[in-house]
Design a protein around this ligand. Structure first.
Ligand SMILES: [Fe+2]
Length: 181
């Protein structure tokens, strides 16, 4: 089976719909960070990049009087839960391996504990920790990282380069294809 690429995922209409909300720039930046952290921690780079690209696809825009309402968002947010389900559905539709779809979906679910009454730091797997750290690295106060701009063509260019690097990495190190995270 040929690999489902980041570009395949990005171009799908479901991704386009939901990444408009959380921001293409943030999604692509976190994907780049996750790729390099995954190499540092010997985590499967394909899983890490896919989970990072999709990690915020569960976001809803919390507006009040035409402006982003950060307090409202913090109080009612369950974006990781919605994102995990959306990421899974999307990957299965694209024909992704079911185990990859599950690992990515769980990494999306656990990339933040903002919606939980407890801290996940001690229980994240290395893959899940990579997504958490990559997200934090791109975060800005009051959620402004969701509003940084990047046009679609620029995003595709960056993701294509990452796809090439991921394939090169997987070819050079067949062990890194392992799913265990
Ligand atoms: Fe994020």
């Amino acid at each position: 089976m040929s690999r489902i690429t980041l570009v395949d995922i990005f171009k799908h209409r479901i991704t386009q719909k939901y990444l408009q909300r959380s921001g293409i720039n943030h999604a692509v930046s976190v994907t780049s960070y996750a790729f390099s952290f995954a190499q540092d921690y010997s985590v499967n780079v394909d899983l890490a990049a896919k989970a990072a690209l999709l990690h915020d696809m569960g976001h809803y825009e919390w507006y009040r009087d035409g402006k982003w309402d950060y307090e409202e968002y913090r109080k009612h947010d369950i974006h990781a839960i919605k994102g995990a389900e959306r990421a899974h559905k999307l990957l299965i539709r694209l024909g992704e391996d079911r185990l990859v779809a599950k690992e990515v979906s769980v990494a999306v679910l656990l990339h933040t504990d903002s919606y939980l009454p407890f801290d996940l730091t001690a229980i994240r797997t290395p893959l899940q920790a990579v997504i958490y750290e990559a997200d934090v690295k791109d975060e800005q106060p009051l959620g402004f990282h969701h509003y940084k701009q990047m046009d679609k063509q620029e995003a595709v260019k960056i993701l294509k380069k990452l796809d090439d690097k991921i394939e090169e990495h997987l070819d050079n190190d067949p062990d890194s294809r392992k799913l265990s995270s």
